[in-house]
Design a protein around this ligand. Structure first.
Ligand code: KIV
Ligand code: ZN
Length: 506
């Protein structure tokens, strides 16, 4: 049983999912949970793309010591230098250099001949090698690259010092037999292939990312690039939880292990979906709400008699608690703290105290408190956005002309108040907030969902708001969905106000 290296790219390719951008604090939270999950390599970002990404990679490199931290760079000097700078304090840094190799990309995107591609790739690897020992190279769009040319590129970059060669199916075009054949061809024909790890990176455009990765493992790949909940560009990437549980459940067939602490899978999935705002579909394998739910009477009867009749994995193995009603009104600080920790969060004392008070308020309104409720409260608390504007009170008149009357607290003692009409109550609320804050937002997306079941369930509202050409996400929870909506919108507006303040003070 040899070990497959789990390379997680949730914070890089995953963050490229439309609408998933994370701030540096949110990235650090996810990074900490990924380290608890015990991944081997964490692709923390693409530092040249923004100051925020550079800062995130630097902060993660400083803080996370037990995982190799990787930064992405095009085969361009300034990208590689920037990646190296961001990784300066990493204990085990890796630079990941990429350059497209397929005919389509060469002809239309790069306008470069084959020889020039090889020269640029080799130069990029050599430059990265000046900074770190651990260099990964990806021939982008490898699955649509001519097989012989791919052999040439891979051999050249290994010769230049690449320690991992990653073979991306960038556009999700491959099918399992085809992808396995690409890996086999490299193993058979690249003379120095044993000097590097063969890695795979699949996109899910045809829903085949996990199947392709597994086929590649069968053909000899020993690193898999993947993301939590399978998030990523377009239809996403290979899902970490699926690949890991497939290897574990079918170790009889694959004969490989991973170092992943599978009991941390659910906690990680929930943190990622909570912070990115990308909900997990109910029937998603491993982490979807229905993944371990049996609806048919025949199945339920079978599972009660012997769980293996219909369950190929134990829910506990992925961290799903047997019963997730956790604590209630009478639970104390200690039980609360223990549960927060078990869910994968670490809160400083002050934040813990505040969240505990929120929990007590919630427990007064809601009979049963579930893990999801606690997670929602913690994520609310962990939101780094300063509350420049806070909701003081809200009342709605839903008559023929819906009207919202809102009072906002600004700073410690100032109160501002106004009433506005709207097309509906939510529209009226958002307009009133615009008026009171002087920040005019355009609502791009608005969602309300209940976090648990029952009439008294905690509701979560999330919004995407465009202000001055930028999109800001806001989220909030409350047992009152109207209040949650107002607070979510205010959360997004507070992000804008914070940015305005920072700009003014620089
Ligand atoms: O899909 C892809 O080709 C990539 C590379 C940067 C590895 O994400
Ligand atoms: Zn990708």
């Amino acid at each position: 049983m040899s070990k497959i290296i789990i390379f997680d790219t949730t914070l890089r390719d995953g963050e490229q999912s439309p609408g998933a951008s994370l701030d540096p604090n949110e990235k650090l939270q996810i990074a900490k949970q990924l380290s608890t999950l015990n991944i081997d390599v964490m692709e923390a970002g693409f530092p040249i793309t923004s100051e925020g990404d550079f800062k995130s990679v630097s902060a993660i490199a400083k803080e996370i010591r037990d995982v190799s931290i990787c930064a992405l760079a095009r085969a361009v000097d300034k990208d590689i230098d920037c990646a190296a700078k961001a990784l300066k304090s990493a204990k085990s840094p890796r630079i990941h250099v990429f350059l497209a190799t397929s005919k389509i990309h060469r002809k239309f995107k790069l306008i470069k001949a084959k020889e020039e591609i090889i020269k640029t790739a080799v130069k990029g690897v050599k430059r990265a090698k000046k900074y770190v020992d651990d260099v990964e190279f990806s021939p982008e769009d490898a699955s649509r690259t001519e097989p012989d040319f791919l052999v040439e590129v891979v051999e050249a970059v290994i010769g230049a010092g690449a320690t991992t060669v990653n073979i991306p199916d960038t556009v999700g075009y491959a099918v399992p037999e085809h992808y396995a054949a690409i890996i086999k061809n490299l193993r058979d024909n690249v003379k120095n292939i044993n000097d590097a790890v063969i890695s795979v990176h699949c996109h899910n455009d045809l829903g085949l990312a996990v199947a392709n990765s597994l086929a590649a493992i069968k053909a000899g790949a020993t690193q898999v690039e993947c993301t939590i909940n399978g998030i990523g560009e377009r239809a996403g990437n290979t899902s970490l939880e699926e690949i890991v549980m497939a290897l574990k459940t079918r170790k009889d067939f694959f004969k490989h292990t991973t170092g992943i602490k599978t009991k941390e899978i659910i906690a990680t999935s929930r943190i990622v979906s909570g912070l990115t705002g990308l909900r997990v579909q109910r029937n998603k394998a491993i982490v979807g709400e229905n993944a371990f739910a049996h609806e048919s009477g025949i199945h339920q009867d079978g599972v009660l008699k012997e769980s293996t009749t219909y369950e190929i994995m134990k829910p506990e193995d992925v961290g799903l608690p047997k019963t997730n009603i956790v604590i209630g009104k009478h639970s104390g600080r200690h039980a609360f703290k223990k549960r927060v920790k078990a869910l994968g969060y670490e809160l400083p004392d002050e934040e813990l105290e505040h969240t505990f008070n929120q929990f007590k308020l919630l427990a007064d309104k809601k009979k049963e408190i579930y893990d999801q409720d606690i997670e929602a409260l913690v994520q609310n608390e962990k939101s780094e956005v300063p509350n420049i504007y806070e909701l003081d009170s809200l009342s709605i008149n839903c008559g023929p002309v819906p009207t919202a009357s809102i009072r906002l607290r600004v700073g410690k003692d100032k109160i501002v108040a106004d009433s506005t009409k709207g097309d509906g109550p939510i529209d009226a609320i958002f307009k009133a907030i615009d008026l009171l804050t002087g920040i005019k937002g355009t609502l791009l997306d608005y969602n309300v969902r209940s976090i648990t079941s029952g009439k008294d369930a905690l509701g979560e509202a999330s919004v995407d708001v465009e202000v001055e050409g930028n999109t800001y996400r806001g989220r909030a929870v409350s047992t009152d969905t109207i209040e949650a909506s107002a607070k979510a919108y205010l959360n997004a507006i507070n992000r804008v106000a914070t940015k305005h303040r920072r700009k003014k003070s620089t």
